[in-house]
Design a protein around this ligand. Structure first.
Ligand code: NOJ
Length: 569
């Protein structure tokens, strides 16, 4: 079976500001990232998704772009970028960039010109109205319409007010964006992750939502929702509140155009959408190559075998509906959500569950995306001093709690710290030296460093330990690479009638693998459906089993054990 590189690859997301500080200013940069490519090669990943590295006003840390064809001064220069790309390619590592197409920074030259008058050449590059035409909310900071005194009109922003939405109905905007795309493709990048791609168009009738909340009151309600019913209600409100602001007609046409821009280039350049809607794969060949399977990581009840099975069956069926070639893409974490270690841990067996998570990523069907730091078990670091928060979404939430809800400053700081995405973006922990080897000792880093770097949560300490989480990641990544069925095989659930145990097969032309994972601390005695004359061979056991005594019949699966066996044909 011949697959494209992005179907075989393990992707690794780098959040540039937090990866490695090469010039000692407390902020990650290209010199730092380049110096860590050997580490990434040794980890075994095949491709990097780089979160935005462009000049930015940093209200949304890079996702408010001032120049699509530049490099933020804190990260280095275009030459530093080129060097990073060449060095990555030299090691067989591809690089995809973040394309933030929905909005720019309010300091982008396009917006500065657009807001300067109603008649300038870029007057129609953003979404302007004389008065707010509806009750739409920004998903980050209140009303979606903000007044510009210079122009005497309101502009629309789905995200923060510092992130005005571009007007994608204007062909000049489309052309400018595709030019930016070509700029980096010409330099040799291997593709793009498309930020918030479903939000580029709004309902043309500007229909108001009918949720009895503002963003502020909904966020507060969300923070207080405890029962599954309350949480479900919040989800429904969110969906209702924003349904006229994303997923509108027009996106497919643009994705087709973007796809043809990429297809002008050699080397199978690829697109992955920050959206879980398989419809953005078009007919399977004419829009995006991948969309993320976000529902996998969105489970109130945690990552249970039942949830995983339901998710995979639904997802694979939805993709098959698009085309037999439509390819899955799984992830458990990124810079917008709690770290894998916390999100899927239970506070007691976090270390075991972190191993189950990477084993799952490496054995499911589809391209896996990992997030920097998860390989050493980096955990959320909740910042409770609001003056240290950099995530505008959280600082806005803090001010809403204090100023409109009368919540005490102390309580508001706690809640804002938990909600903030700063907690999962703290600097990468390389060593047990002061500043975790991220920046030189004594330098103030852009976000505080999680003090657990001193307790073995760092690359150096774990590299030397064959039993560390890092060593386990390397083992699992290599295992995937060396077993073709994990890349190209189909996925079938094996029913064991045991709610704690996940069991499935991955079968390709060349081999059939059975994967068994115990999601509980309890040992389970399992009874497998008859395998006939076929004798299973043990390939991997996290419990260090011995192949000579191995049989699936009557298997006693240990606490949190991960086991992979092969059925010979
Ligand atoms: C999605 C990105 O992942 C997130 O970090 C950002 O804040 C929004 N899009 C806006 O660009």
């Amino acid at each position: 079976m011949s697959l494209k590189w992005w179907q075989e690859a393990v992707f690794y997301q780098i959040y540039p500001r937090s990866f490695a500080d090469g010039n000692g200013d407390g902020i990650g940069d290209f010199i730092g990232m380049t110096s860590k490519l050997d580490y990434l090669q040794d980890l075994g990943i095949d491709a990097i998704w780089l979160s935005p590295h462009f000049p930015s006003s940093n209200w949304d840390i890079g996702y408010d772009i001032k120049d699509y064809c530049g490099v933020g001064a804190e990260y280095g220069t275009v030459d530093d970028f080129k060097n990073f790309l060449t060095e990555a390619h030299n090691r067989g590592i591809r690089v995809i960039l973040d394309l933030v197409a929905n909005h720019t920074s309010d300091e982008h030259a396009w917006f500065l010109q657009s807001k300067s008058s109603r008649t300038n050449p870029k007057a129609d590059w953003y979404v302007w109205q004389d008065t707010p035409p509806n009750n739409w909310q920004s998903c980050f900071d209140g009303d979606a319409w903000t007044y510009s005194p210079e122009r005497g009109q309101y502009y629309y922003h789905y995200f923060m007010k510092q992130q005005p939405d571009l007007n994608w109905h204007n062909p000049a905007v489309v052309e400018a964006m595709w030019d930016a795309v070509r700029f980096w493709l010409d330099l040799g990048v291997d593709g793009y992750r498309l930020d918030a791609i479903g939000t580029i168009y709004e309902d043309p009738d500007l229909t108001p939502h009918n949720v009895p909340h503002t963003l502020s009151s909904l966020r507060i309600y969300e923070g207080e929702a405890k029962t599954p019913e309350e949480k479900e209600k919040v989800r429904k409100f969110w969906a209702e509140m924003f349904k006229y602001q994303h997923g509108q007609d027009g996106v497919h046409q643009r994705m087709k155009e973007l796809r043809s821009v990429l297809d002008e280039y050699e080397g199978d350049r690829m697109l992955v959408g920050e959206d879980d809607n398989p419809a953005y794969l078009g007919n399977g060949e004419d829009e995006l190559h991948l969309v993320f399977n976000f529902p996998l990581m969105q489970s109130d009840g945690g990552l249970t075998p039942e949830h995983i099975i339901k998710n995979q069956q639904t997802r694979l069926a939805a993709l098959a509906n698009i085309s037999p070639e439509a390819w899955p893409c799984n992830t458990l974490g990124n810079h917008d959500c709690a770290r894998v270690y916390n999100q899927f841990g239970d506070g007691i067996h976090d270390a075991e569950k972190a191993r189950l998570s990477i084993a799952l990523m490496m054995t499911l069907r589809g391209t896996p995306f990992l997030y920097n730091g998860e390989e050493i078990g980096m955990s959320d670091y909740i910042i409770t001093d609001p003056t240290l928060l950099t995530d505008t979404m959280a600082t806005w939430y803090y001010s809403q709690l204090v100023n409109t809800q009368g919540v005490s400053k102390e309580e508001a700081a706690k809640r804002a710290g938990i909600r903030s995405r700063d907690k999962n973006r703290t600097p990468m922990q390389w060593t047990s030296e002061p500043n975790a080897g991220f920046s030189p000792p004594g330098i103030k880093t852009w976000l505080p460093i999680n003090p657990n770097y001193k307790d073995g949560i760092n690359v150096n300490d774990q590299s030397d330990d064959p039993n560390s989480l890092l060593s386990f990641y390397k083992k699992m990544i290599r295992f995937r690479r060396n077993h073709r069925a994990l890349v190209e095989g189909d996925f079938q659930v094996i029913e064991l009638a045991n709610k704690d145990v996940l069991c499935f097969s991955r079968t390709s032309f060349a081999q059939s693998l059975i994967i068994v994972m115990n999601y509980s601390p309890i040992q389970h005695h399992l009874s497998f459906p008859p395998l006939g004359a076929k004798q299973p061979k043990l390939l991997f056991s996290s419990a260090g089993r011995n192949n000579k005594e191995f049989t699936l019949e009557g298997l006693k699966l240990g606490s949190f054990e991960i086991l992979i066996s092969e059925i010979a044909y």
